[in-house]
Design a protein around this ligand. Structure first.
Ligand code: ZN
Length: 80
């Protein structure tokens, strides 16, 4: 299996490179960078199914704004 999602976009996530899987070798994880700048490892199935389209923090922000499209999404958490 030579699935390569590097460089592809899924919602606000851009796949940077294949991440190492530390739990289950059968699941391929991809290191993605969100438009808001945060990074997240996402599995192939979650990316391709549309389950995961952002880092998860700014997505909530967008939903609260009645789905207004924003490219400059801001993280919700204050732990930065
Ligand atoms: Zn984000």
């Amino acid at each position: 299996m030579k699935l390569d999602l590097t460089g592809q976009r899924f919602g606000q996530l851009t796949v940077a490179f294949r991440a190492t899987s530390n739990r289950n070798n059968r699941i391929t994880m991809w290191h993605c960078i969100c438009d808001c700048g945060q990074e997240k490892d996402v599995s192939t199935c979650h990316l391709r199914s549309g389950h995961t389209k952002s880092c998860g923090r700014c997505q909530t922000f967008i939903d609260e704004k009645n789905h207004m499209a924003r490219t400059d999404c801001m993280p919700l958490s204050a732990d930065i």
